[in-house]
Design a protein around this ligand. Sequence first.
Ligand SMILES: [Zn+2]
Length: 217
Amino acid sequence: MRLVLVGPPGAGKGTQAEFIAENFTIPKISTGDIFRANVSGGTDLGKLAKKFMDAGDLVPDEVTNAMVRDRLGEPDASDGFLLDGFPRNVAQAYELDSMLNDLGSSLDVVLELEVEHEEVVKRLSGRRTCRNCGHVWHLEYDPPTVVGVCDRCSGELYQRDDDFPETVRHRLEVYSAQTSPLIEFYISRKQLVRIDALGAVEDVTDRAIAALSAARS
Ligand SMILES: [Zn+2]
């Protein structure tokens, strides 16, 4: 199973990535992890990336592409993988094709987690974070016993800037604008599978596994 996972912020992509990868016994490869591994491992690419980051610049696509290429060439990815965070655009999608082609394989499927935007706004804007221990509560799904107070450590709860409804809506709009050409690209290739990512974590995982198994057969 060679799989790319796509989904908006707040869709629980990180959690689903773990469970799906575990189910198919494939490594979960995220661009964040690849970056950290290269930078902390002091590879040439890591040093190059760090130079851009230290200067406050975006790491160029070529550097990211080279890191992903290296990672996909590692033995544990030879029988499949779940890619999270790559490709981000159509140019990178073509790059991924070329990487896999060089490795003698190809992409099986792109799974998109779909959630209604206002549902994400509701989910994220209900979060309250403890200033003391960092635990995240939710006004609706996991409320603290006393309003504004952490059950674990009695610390003060607050709403992170990232969780303000306007901020969440903005992030979702940016995501849609950036991702829709990529989604269209994979639809035209008949490689896109969509699932509803609303509901309990286990239910979403079951839905994802069923959809992926069907897509593969
Ligand atoms: Zn606390």
